[in-house]
Design a protein around this ligand. Structure first.
Ligand SMILES: [Cu+2]
Length: 459
């Protein structure tokens, strides 16, 4: 344990200190899920090796610090496969502490979800092969699900792209993984801890796209590209703008929308993803890739901040075809449906820890089981004065309303923002993937405090 991590552990529950250990039959359940995962007819098993290990990470000329990365890279390698393929990830842990990998947004069997609630953590030096079928196309990502405020912050994350045959054809594609870092005056990773950081979540002034500080991206004039964007930051809300130019939102966390939506900015909460149709531009244009101000009621306020620059090069022909209809998403329920559950994202007051972020006034809340086939209508309440990104593991949901108002579009999601003092009504259907699941705030420092709940899907 480093000095930084020790500081972190001293002031708050380290994530692993709370009793939600894997059940005694977890290893057997893991093996069964692995063997049961078969590719669809005509599809493949895509094998990859992932190793989490310490690395020196250059951040500016002459400045580098001790980071952690997958395969010596930040972000980790892009994992790519098609719907119906099986992904087989041979994972080795070379970190000084135990870890797991969570496949964020993927509807995997419960034992493969990569939390320490469903599996034995992978000890330093040990290996584990995750193996599961990919049921949905979209822009997903992978990251550890232990001590996240440290492990993800140090650089353990990567994009995971699942493709389908019937997607819109654009002229090109770029994957942008957004992150930020908080460095100290020596250019080293700043110490974890302190009230502001635990309240607001950790935000830094080093702004990264694909691990590079404020890089230059390029696009050919006249072309339209698909940009798959992942927000891997611990706590930062990114209200993304590309020089104020219009773009089309094609998809969100659970894949394509029903129809493209034209916008000039889009909000990416922590763990959020969007797929955009970007362009066409004119040769010589230069556009700032930036985050516009977003007030999430933190102690520290932020202004417009640059993440990178887009330069438009010489023109190339365009063959991009974006249909008016992308797919149809049948409504799971009407907005007037009666809620079956009302999880409360709020705070808990204790003498020992002061104010802690919690669910239903309990840190690491144990919620009641849900039954396969029983439609879930949840009124997710945010009773705090600040925003929280709600993430449900393993299942996509639809947002029915926010404070009684219908959302701008119907979509499948695994993350949604909970505005301050609000009620967000969602619908989701537990399918036949029995086992332990969880939902939590994806501001990593809030999650670590216990703003999370776990529950079982049962028959
Ligand atoms: Cu939160």
């Amino acid at each position: 344990m480093t000095e930084h991590d020790h500081h972190h552990a001293h002031h708050h529950h380290p994530h692993g200190a709370v009793a939600h250990a894997a059940p005694p039959d977890a290893d057997a359940a893991f093996d069964r899920a692995s063997q049961a995962s078969q590719p669809d007819p005509g599809r493949r098993v895509v094998g990859v090796e992932l190793e989490a290990r310490p690395m020196r990470r250059p951040i500016a000329p002459g400045a580098e610090f001790d980071a952690w990365g997958f395969n010596g890279r930040i972000p980790g390698p892009t994992l790519e496969a098609d719907v119906g393929d099986v992904l087989e990830v041979r994972f080795t842990n070379r970190l000084p502490e135990a870890t797991t990998i969570h496949w964020h947004g993927l509807r995997v069997p419960a034992p493969m979800d990569g939390t320490d609630m469903v599996q034995r953590p992978v000890a330093p030096g040990a290996s584990l092969t995750y193996r599961f079928r990919l049921p949905d196309a979209g822009t997903f990502w992978y990251h550890p699900h232990m001590n996240e405020a440290v492990q993800i912050e140090r650089g353990l994350y990567g994009p995971l792209i699942v493709r389908a045959g019937d997607e819109p054809a654009l002229d090109g594609e770029q994957i942008l993984v957004i992150d930020d870092l908080k460095l100290d005056s020596r250019g080293d990773l700043a110490r974890f801890g302190g009230f502001v950081q635990w309240h607001d979540g950790r935000e830094g002034d080093v702004r990264l796209i694909n691990g590079a500080r404020e890089p230059e991206l390029s696009i050919a004039a006249g072309q339209i590209e698909r940009w798959r964007i992942v927000n891997a930051a611990s706590a930062r809300y990114v209200r993304l703008s590309i020089g104020g130019a219009p773009f089309r939102i094609l998809g969100t966390t659970g894949g394509l929308l029903e129809a493209p939506v034209e916008a000039r900015d889009v909000l990416l909460v922590p763990a959020g993803r969007v797929d955009l149709a970007v362009g066409p531009f004119e040769e010589g244009e230069e556009l700032a890739i930036e985050a516009l101000p977003y007030g999430r009621a933190t102690i520290k306020r932020r202004k417009t901040e640059t993440f990178g620059t887009l330069r438009v090069g010489p023109a190339r022909p365009s063959a991009a075809q974006i249909p008016d209809r992308l797919r149809s998403i049948p409504a799971l329920a009407d907005a007037t449906a009666t809620p079956t559950r009302t999880p409360d994202f709020g705070v808990k007051l204790t003498l020992r820890h002061g104010i802690q972020f919690a669910v239903n006034r309990e840190t690491h809340h144990r919620d009641a089981p849900v039954r396969v086939g029983d439609l879930q209508i949840w009124d997710v309440v945010n009773s705090t004065m600040m925003d929280h990104p709600f993430h449900l593991h393993g299942f996509f949901f639809q947002v029915l309303s926010v404070n009684g108002k219908a959302p701008a579009w119907r979509s499948w999601e695994d993350v949604v923002n909970l505005p301050p003092k609000s009620t967000t009504r969602i619908a989701w259907m537990p399918d036949d993937r029995l086992g332990g699941w969880m939902y939590h705030c994806h501001i990593l420092e809030h999650h670590a405090q216990g703003m999370m709940a776990h529950f079982d899907v049962v028959r």
